[in-house]
Design a protein around this ligand. Sequence first.
Ligand SMILES: Cc1ncc(C[n+]2csc(CCOP(=O)(O)OP(=O)(O)O)c2C)c(N)n1
Ligand SMILES: [Mg+2]
Length: 347
Amino acid sequence: MSMQTDTSLASLPINDPALPRHRQLGLSDEQVLAALAGMQRVRNVDDRLWQLSRQGKAHFVITSAGHEATQFGCAWAIRAGHDYSVPYYRDMALALALGQTPLDLLLHGMGKPTDPASGGRQMFGHFSSRALRIVSGSSSVGSHIVHAVGLALAFRITGEQDIAAITFFGEGATSEGAWHEGMTIAGVQQLPVVFVCENNGYAISVPAHREVPVRDVATKAAGYGMPGVIVDGTDIFAVYAAAHTAMQRARSGGGPTLIECKLHRLRPHSNADDHSKYRSPEELAALAQHDPIDKLRDYAILHGLLDAVQWQVLQQQIKAEVDAATLAADQVPDPPLESLYDHLYGA
Ligand SMILES: Cc1ncc(C[n+]2csc(CCOP(=O)(O)OP(=O)(O)O)c2C)c(N)n1
Ligand SMILES: [Mg+2]
């Protein structure tokens, strides 16, 4: 195994360089359109949660805006319900890409008793689903890395083959002790686990150069005995290529990989944050150039997968779908007072 950081794109078989990129990667037109619709759908849910928080109906909002291509690109490489995904609070798009619905996410955001993640017990961003093998993260930044590595160690101990765990985190998390411990065990044991860093350049208001001592998080991989790969996290195909290669490598006994996806957080960290206090007006204006949905839409139109009118119609359909899900979630009664201590340890 190479200990060097591989900053080139991990490659998949390319049959014909004249083909569009998705075809070169073995992805169908339908898969690309489904991902585009899914990214737009989760952006609508994101919009809606911010509105609901202003109405006092959603308690906490963490945006995935700007991170969608990374999360959908990785989802293509995950066999949902087979491989284990250990996301962090930023991964609403991943939860949707793996099979959760807008209603599931809205019930979670509104703390309803039918919230599939936790029955309204967890704060927003703790996505989980037993059926989809999505394991809830914990609020303490970076601590879930250890859970993903523990899963991979369990596969090793129980002799499970052809399976991998994949975990997600921000660049700020890579400065945490738990991240170091998890990466160390994964490297020492060469476990079937993939680490995905969604590097958006900020830990809330703290810029990356004040939280991470290296320019590229991927270079840290060398210290843990695994390859590190850098990709453009706004490019769904680049992310998929890297994630597919890393997951296949992990599932076939090749060991762990660290993938760094460079991208932009398009909105404030959470509904408790105001990013105009630490991002300049120029920086805020430039964010529009880094929207992964625009990028995939332009690609789809360029390759004739849909036209501008069909895109308009699709956007309207998705908005109507999210409107209906919002109404449905809003009609669910809040948890009754007497359920206050349900599911609590020792209650
Ligand atoms: C151990 C710990 N320290 C601090 C916090 C507060 N906190 C929540 S999110 C966050 C930022 C983490 O940034 P990063 O890992 O880059 O992820 P991003 O939010 O940018 O996606 C911080 C400091 C926390 N939850 N846990
Ligand atoms: Mg960050």
